[in-house]
Design a protein. Structure first.
Length: 497
């Protein structure tokens, strides 16, 4: 029997469905995380531009984005709550033994989540009811609350990767907990900043991708140009920073979690002058098939020298390392993430070159095709980063202290499979409803834009979004969603997202 099959046979029957359920809910929730963490910041940048330059179009975009932000946050509340329950229901061994050590991270995240909900409500409510300066200032804590939530989650996850801040008694239970050491672990800094910048560039590319699609469909008024330029500029600035941070966190994994690094790079035996494999598949005898082999590169990337020693998977027993299949999955996820990041850097450089040289947006249709795909690609990169992080740590749920199999629930596997099926159906409904709501919001805005353009009443933000609403023509189906302003409003306002 192969090592993988032997380890699988020894695992509890409920381990696989528990892991699949957790993986599905996490993979679904993480789609919303970039918008939850970074979209408030992008919206406030647009809001600030509108106030500072008295730019009606920017104010309109900020107000509409705040509505999308609120809808997204509502869905995030549901998926986030499911995850919080799953930690206790699926992994009672983890929370029962280690909750006192790293649970403070979840507590911080819960408070941040509550604070963000209140701040979003105030921000959304204040558009027509508060003075412009007061309204903007009340929105400034929103990104801080989002960063605080990310702080809590990343503190918990980085502790699971590099646990510290406790001692073990004679029965193996943690005692003498030091909260500060448990929060600020060796992996916290690299993970946190890598995560935050990833959320900023992903949200920027996702939002800009909507307007890039509009550009490709012929909507080239100021509304779409500004809706594209602001988030894409933010993402373009963040992308090369993320490339440097990605190298930093990979180096931290090399030093702090050498076996995990070996899985990410499918290194079988400890050695120097180790080659780099781009993709490829690791077999249980240590051979690698497929992929592109680049001699010496892995050692050079790890320690800037071909003589750098890279720890291999066989440095620990088989039951203390990822299987060959798990290592291959982590390796592919890592390589896809790096590949997407590299392409996004090239796209950002293209944008920056055109802007610095000509002081305008690129005109190439291929640029906008690439920009339209960048949002989806960046979400895929985020998913791959999560897969690389979690699968590469196997079989540990608390690195070198508790295996996943030791933490899993005792609930029957059949019940967990049924629960997974139910959750999948519910999530399809939730995300489908989210998409329908966004499409209906877009339709309302387009109708309002068309009616404003046909009425010829001029820029819609002359008296909006602050102060009393302007009189609405009879038959306006979307009185509360004024049309965009700026050049070209009468030409293509009805096609705006």
């Amino acid at each position: 029997m192969s090592t993988s099959l032997h380890l699988l046979a020894d695992a509890p029957a409920q381990l696989l469905p528990a892991r699949e359920l957790m993986a599905f809910t996490l993979a679904s929730h993480i789609i919303l995380v970039p918008l939850g963490v970074a979209f408030p910041f992008i919206t406030l940048v647009m809001h600030y531009r509108g106030l500072r330059r008295k730019d009606a179009t920017a104010l309109l975009l900020a107000r509409r984005w705040s509505a999308v932000m609120a809808v997204q946050f509502a869905l995030g509340i549901v998926t986030g709550t499911v995850l919080s329950f799953e930690f206790g229901l699926l992994w009672p061994g983890l929370m029962g033994r280690w909750g006192d050590v790293f649970g403070i991270g979840f507590g911080v995240e819960a408070w941040a989540f509550f604070l963000e909900a209140v701040l979003i409500a105030i921000y959304l409510y204040g558009w027509r009811r508060l003075k412009p300066r007061t309204h903007f200032l009340l929105g400034l804590p929103l990104p801080c609350a989002a960063l605080l939530g990310a702080f809590g989650i990343l503190a918990a996850n980085s502790w699971m990767n590099t646990p510290q801040g406790f001692s073990l008694d004679s029965e193996g239970n943690p005692v003498d907990v030091n909260v500060w050491k448990a929060i600020f672990t060796p992996m916290f800094g690299p993970q946190y900043w890598h995560f935050v910048v990833a959320m900023v560039l992903t949200a920027g590319f996702v939002v800009a991708g909507v307007y890039a699609t509009g550009w490709l469909r012929g909507r080239r008024d100021r509304y779409h140009r500004l809706g594209f330029a602001v988030p894409f500029t933010i993402a373009a600035v963040a992308t090369p920073v993320q490339f440097v941070l990605g190298d930093s966190i990979a180096r931290s994994v090399f030093h702090k979690q050498p076996v995990k690094f070996a899985a990410l790079e499918i290194v079988w035996k400890t050695d120097t002058r180790v080659p780099e494999y781009l993709f490829g598949r690791l077999h249980e005898d240590g051979t690698v098939s497929g992929g592109i082999k680049i001699p010496l590169l892995d050692s050079v990337l790890a320690g800037f020298s071909p003589d750098t020693k890279v720890v291999g998977l066989t440095s620990v027993p088989a039951d203390q390392r990822p299987t060959a299949t798990q290592a291959t999955i982590a390796h592919w996820a890592f390589d896809i993430m790096v590949l997407i990041g590299s392409v996004l850097v090239l796209l950002a450089l293209w944008y920056g070159f055109v802007w610095l040289r000509h002081r305008r947006l690129p005109a190439s249709a291929w640029f906008y095709r690439s920009a339209a795909c960048a949002g989806v690609a960046s979400v895929v990169a985020v998913e791959c980063g999560w897969i690389a992080t979690e699968v590469g740590r196997q079989p540990w749920i608390v690195y070198q202290n508790m295996r996943v199999a030791e933490a899993v629930t005792s609930t029957r596997s059949t019940s967990l499979w049924i629960m997974l099926a139910v959750v999948m159906v519910v999530y399809v409904f939730l995300f489908g409803s989210f998409l329908v709501i966004l499409l209906k919001m877009r339709t309302r805005w387009r109708l309002a834009d068309l009616q404003q353009a046909s009425a010829g009443t001029g820029p819609p933000e002359d008296d909006l979004p602050y102060g009393p609403r302007a009189p609405v023509p009879v038959g306006d189906v979307s009185a509360g969603d004024g049309p965009p302003a700026g050049a070209g409003a009468g030409q293509s306002g009805g096609d705006r997202p």
